[in-house]
Design a protein around this ligand. Structure first.
Ligand SMILES: [Mn+2]
Length: 193
C-alpha cells in the first residue's frame, strides 16, 4: 500500500507493516517511513527487498547536490532501482535493455517519485524545473511494492542539501534491518551497542 487510510486490518504473523508518519515543529513538517516485521523478524526475502530499498535510499541521498535538476536526479535513481530489481529477480536484464525509455519497467514495482519538497507543508511547493540549491530540504523515499508477494517496502528520510555532502536529518533514527529487529526483540527499547 502506498497510503492506507482505513487502518483496520489485522497484523498477521509474517506480514510487514509500513508506517509513514511525521510531526510538525515550529511550523515545519517532517515525513518519515519505516517498515517493521509483525513477528519481529524479517524473512530472507523480506530482508533482501528491504536492503535493496535501503541501498537505493542511501545512494539517492548522495545525489541530492546543488546544480542537479530534479528530473535528472529522478532518472538516475530510476537506474539504481532498475539494477536492484534485476538483482531481486523481478526484472529481466534483457527486457530492461529493450524497454521503452519513456515507460521504464521499474515503474511496475516503484510507481512514485523518489523525493518531494518539504517545508511548511509535507508535500511543499517548489520549482521542479530549476536546479537543486543549498538549504533545500527533500524527502528521499524509494519503495518496492510486489503485489504478487503481498510485500511493500518503503524507507524515507529527510535530507538537507548543502554546498558539500547532503545532511541526513534522520541519521539518528534506526533504519538498518538488524536495528529494527533488535528494537523489536527488546520490546521497543532502543538498543545501545
Ligand atoms: Mn514523503
Amino acid at each position: 500500500m502506498l497510503h492506507y487510510i482505513s487502518n483496520d486490518l489485522v497484523c498477521n504473523d509474517g506480514d510487514v507493516i509500513l508506517m509513514d508518519f511525521g510531526c510538525e515543529y515550529g511550523g515545519y513538517a517532517s515525513d518519515l517511513t519505516r517498515c517493521v516485521p509483525v513477528n519481529g523478524r524479517f524473512t530472507k526475502r523480506q530482508k533482501d527487498v528491504y536492503n535493496a530499498v535501503l541501498r537505493v535510499k542511501n545512494e539517492a541521498t548522495q545525489l541530492l547536490r546543488p546544480g542537479t535538476m530534479l528530473a535528472d536526479y529522478h532518472k538516475e535513481v530510476g537506474k539504481i532501482m532498475e539494477s536492484e530489481l534485476i538483482g531481486l529477480g523481478l526484472l529481466d536484464k534483457n527486457d530492461v535493455a529493450k524497454q521503452d525509455p519513456e515507460k521504464p519497467l521499474y515503474k511496475k514495482y516503484f510507481m512514485h517519485g523518489t523525493s518531494h519538497f518539504l517545508g511548511l507543508d509535507v508535500h511543499d511547493v517548489g520549482l521542479w524545473n530549476e536546479m537543486i540549491q543549498p538549504d533545500m530540504v527533500f524527502t528521499v523515499e524509494p519503495g518496492i511494492y510486489i503485489r504478487e508477494e503481498k510485500l511493500g517496502i518503503r524507507l524515507e528520510n529527510n535530507i538537507l542539501v548543502t554546498r558539500d555532502a547532503p545532511i541526513d536529518l534522520f541519521k539518528d533514527i534506526p533504519v538498518e534491518a538488524d536495528e529494527i529487529e533488535g528494537m523489536m526483540a527488546s520490546k521497543g527499547k532502543k538498543v545501545v551497542a
